[in-house]
Design a protein around this ligand. Structure first.
Ligand SMILES: [Zn+2]
Length: 441
């Protein structure tokens, strides 16, 4: 309860910061940067080693521009470090919340957040939604993974009125449609790919009575065609929220449609060119982020893996957070099962991240070999005995059947241990690939 009250206070403060004058915001940001850099140096062996190797002291990093003195770090580098070296020595992992990425490359990363960061993340969610026009009395439906159900309700109950009704991302689209029709949402929220599948079903079945005031998508990049399609079928605005598991919300689209407001009061976002120099306004750059509050596991100059464009425009909505534009995501292929059920690649990566032994996996790839046959290629982090291998396989198959609601008669899940994961034809690492009929979404 105490944590919920704190989260509510965080929301109030976070909401006000979005309207602070630029000078005040930048002073606040640089103060928080100095704090996290000093903290990482004092308490996180990984950063202490890096700073020492470079001959840099925390006092050399006083403001955002000083960050260029530090190298950027990437996911593989963090994954390769022993946990003790990337976590603060002030925390015990059992007191932290563990999160895992379930990204499109099939390379899991585990990260840890303390209570403050957890509360801040919840406050950020609500701030973003309120910024898009959500009001306390709105009926709010969220298509999400079941493991997020519990964590939402506790906080939102404390806030009072912003309480989403979750719908499982794994439920069949027909089931989702019937639940959502009954709920009559004002705000429809979810993974962009799941929203797209839902909307396709609505159009096919001529369902007209789901009419939210607006739609909130996120967790994956969406292309313009898909966004416009969702808007036309639902006759509602679609607002995208750019987020990653490492940083949570990074930038959120504003109803004025001039771009995405960058969350500069809790992270520093850099757009870098091939020489690691900041690009000019309007130019494309690699997105590199520094979290200002994740003391349990600091991320300083972390390569997010996306491309964005800093904007020089000021927004007319009154919020002072700077704007950026996103580079559109590619259109993923939808996977189809023998009975015509459609599944997004995202559902597979989420299902994997929910597996009890996910932490043993170094890398994975899901391959749809036939309409009714999915092979899960697993590269483990280390050796396990053949008995444990058999147990692992049986437990993973049972987990997948349970999550997707398939019986082994309908769909075969096979688990195969491999030493390397294949790249696709374009040389990209893909977590989910299909060798059979698929439809672009
Ligand atoms: Zn705005």
């Amino acid at each position: 309860m105490l944590s919920d009250v704190r989260a509510f206070n965080q929301l109030q403060m976070a909401y006000r910061r979005a309207y602070w004058k630029n000078d005040r915001l930048m002073r606040y940001r640089d103060l928080k940067l100095r704090e996290i850099v000093r903290y990482a140096f004092d308490h996180v062996p990984f950063y202490r080693r890096k700073f020492r190797d470079l001959g840099i002291n925390p006092t050399d990093i006083m403001k955002k521009d000083d960050l260029e003195k530090l190298p950027t770090i990437c996911k593989d580098e963090i994954r390769a470090e022993p946990r003790d070296l990337i976590l603060s020595n002030e925390y015990v992992t059992k007191n932290l919340r563990r999160l895992s990425t379930s990204g499109s490359t099939g390379k899991p990363l585990f990260l840890y957040v303390n209570d403050f960061e957890s509360e801040l993340r919840k406050a950020k969610h609500l701030r973003a939604n309120i910024g898009c026009g959500q009001r306390p009395w709105h009926r709010w439906v969220n298509i999400t993974a079941p493991h997020h159900f519990a964590e939402m309700s506790k906080f939102q109950k404390a806030v009072g009125l912003f309480t989403p009704t979750p719908v499982s991302v794994f439920a069949d689209v027909s089931t989702q449609v019937s639940i959502i029709r009954r709920l009559r949402p004002d705000v429809l929220d979810g993974y962009s790919s799941s929203l797209l599948l839902l909307v396709k079903k609505l159009e096919r079945d001529c369902v007209k009575d789901i009419s939210p005031q607006f739609v909130l998508g996120g967790s994956e990049l969406i292309d313009r065609y898909s966004r416009e399609y969702i808007e036309s079928v639902l006759d509602a605005r679609f607002y995208d929220q750019y987020s990653t598991v490492e940083f949570d919300r990074i930038a959120c689209e504003c109803p004025k449609r001039l771009g995405y407001h960058i969350e500069v009061d809790n992270l520093i976002l850099e757009f870098l060119d091939e020489n690691n120099e900041e690009v000019s306004k309007g130019e494309r750059g690699r997105i590199v982020c520094t979290s200002l509050f994740n003391f349990a596991m600091p991320f300083i100059r972390y390569e997010v893996g996306d491309i964005g464009i800093p904007s020089g425009e000021l927004c007319t909505c009154g919020r002072t957070f700077p704007l950026m534009k996103m580079i559109e995501g590619r259109r993923d292929s939808i996977l189809v099962t023998p009975d015509g059920k459609q599944l997004t690649p995202r559902t597979f990566t989420i299902a994997m991240s929910m597996f009890e032994h996910y932490s043993l996996i170094d890398q994975f790839q899901v391959v749809q070999e036939k309409l009714d046959r999915f092979v899960f290629c697993i590269k483990l982090k280390g050796y396990i005995s053949s008995i444990k291998e058999d147990l692992f396989k049986a437990e993973l198959v049972s987990h997948l059947e349970n999550v997707f609601g398939f019986s082994s008669k309908e769909i075969t899940f096979e688990v195969r241990f491999v030493d390397t994961i294949q790249l696709n034809v374009g040389g990209k690492l893909m977590a989910v690939v299909s060798k059979v009929r698929s439809t672009p979404n």
